[in-house]
Design a protein around this ligand. Structure first.
Ligand SMILES: Cc1cc2nc3c(=O)[nH]c(=O)nc-3n(C[C@H](O)[C@H](O)[C@H](O)COP(=O)(O)OP(=O)(O)OC[C@H]3O[C@@H](n4cnc5c(N)ncnc54)[C@H](O)[C@@H]3O)c2cc1C
Length: 363
């Protein structure tokens, strides 16, 4: 080890790429972005890109490229535990509610952009852990035993980040079990969210990825899920809720589950010279499970804090990252209440009254 980087970013998903992009914009050049995978790599995700994500992409100059590869969802039907379809907010609008893009493509677009900026990127580099010496974090160690020195370490490794935490922490966990289907009979440009009483406070979904390809999945919260239960609910979603649309459908590949971590109270996302961004810091919407825009935004805030730290060498500048993220997501603690409200089937009658009904799902 000879070179010491200002920053090493572990993980080149949305969070890591957002840090890299914003460090570059702040004029910082002495940093490295590493990922254990060779891109394009798959990531189990709905691939829903909400407005916040699109705003961020516009800032990066990537919105048109992403739009050109995405599928537009114009209607999102929410179905209550009573089978009622809630009134659609922008029912008559031709503007998309959101875009959908497979993460394999989305993350590749982000990383290609980073490479175009000539930012040093190392793929296929699995980071084994932090390099600690005399109670000081000096950098990271790769699986091959390479020591990479850095003043600041950014952990952007998503859900499996435990090895990079200096102290024990508690995150809430959910699991999403999803599969892709072709040859279905769903309406085009339409998404369904199913609030079945067994899935509450989470939901089942059908998100279209193309005219002839949809992603169907179900999310359950810990401690409700077991591998058997989630598979059973996924099968029920397909054979009961979506039965009319799946008569001649084919499952593409296999259905698979993947965990998701979140917190209502963002804390410990700065620890000494380590910053945790995106899902590694539990920065995921606790109600919807949306994590892409949170990864991008927390990545940007981390880069701002790092840039100030490198100019002033004041630890307070790094600590400020946590304050900024908390301010940005000040509604997270309240989401516990929202979720406990949604968890009771009867409360959905109140939601039906206030939002209005559009009809019934043909079961
Ligand atoms: C089933 C499911 C559906 C979802 N649907 C949506 C959705 O529709 N919209 C939405 O906004 N969010 C969704 N999410 C949440 C979203 O996928 C995540 O919150 C988001 O990917 C977090 O981004 P990230 O950059 O923090 O982490 P990740 O995207 O997980 O990226 C982490 C990166 O770190 C790398 N890495 C990990 N460990 C190491 C290591 N030791 N060394 C080097 N590299 C490493 C990985 O290879 C990976 O590239 C969903 C999640 C699940 C589980």
């Amino acid at each position: 080890m000879s070179h010491i980087y200002d920053v090493v970013i572990i993980g080149a998903g949305p969070a890591g790429c957002a840090v890299a992009h914003n460090l570059y914009r702040q004029g910082i050049k002495n940093f490295l972005l590493v990922d254990k995978s060779k891109f394009p790599r798959e990531k189990i995700c709905g691939g829903v890109l909400f407005l916040e994500t699109q705003k961020f992409l516009k800032e990066m100059g990537l919105l048109n490229e992403v739009k050109a590869r995405s599928y537009e969802v114009k209607r999102n039907y929410n179905i209550t535990p009573y089978g009622t379809i809630l009134k659609v907010r922008n029912g008559n609008s031709q503007d998309p509610e959101f875009l959908v893009l497979r993460r394999k493509i989305f993350d590749q677009i982000l990383l290609n952009y980073i490479k175009r900026l000539k930012i040093p990127v190392k793929e296929n580099m699995h980071i084994r852990g932090l390099w600690e010496n005399n109670s000081t974090i000096r950098g990271v160690i790769s699986r091959e035993g390479e020591y990479i020195g850095a003043k600041i370490i950014v952990v952007a490794t998503g859900v499996n980040s435990s090895r990079f935490y200096l102290k024990r922490r508690h995150y809430f966990q959910a699991i999403g079990y999803t599969g892709q289907f072709e040859n279905t009979k769903f309406m085009k440009n339409t998404c369904y969210t199913i609030y079945d009483k067994d899935f509450l406070p989470l939901y089942g979904w059908m998100v279209p990825e193309a005219d002839d390809l949809v992603n169907i999945g179900v999310g359950l919260e810990q401690p409700m899920f077991s591998q058997d239960k989630i598979k059973k609910y996924f099968e029920r979603l397909c054979s009961v809720h979506f039965k009319p649309y799946l008569h001649e459908a084919r499952l593409v590949g296999i259905a698979r589950g993947f965990p998701l971590r979140y917190t209502y109270r963002i804390k410990d996302i700065v620890d000494r010279n380590i910053l945790y961004v995106g899902e590694a810091g539990g920065i995921v919407n606790p109600v919807t499970g949306e994590g892409i825009s949170q990864a991008l935004i927390s990545g940007k805030l981390a880069a701002h804090a790092i840039s100030s730290f490198l100019s002033n060498n004041e630890q307070a500048e790094l600590t400020n990252y946590e304050k900024m993220v908390r301010r940005r997501y000040h509604t997270f603690p309240w989401m516990r209440l929202v979720k406990s409200f949604m968890n009771h089937k009867l409360n959905w009658r109140i939601i039906e009254t206030f939002q209005g009904k559009e009809g019934k799902l043909p079961l």
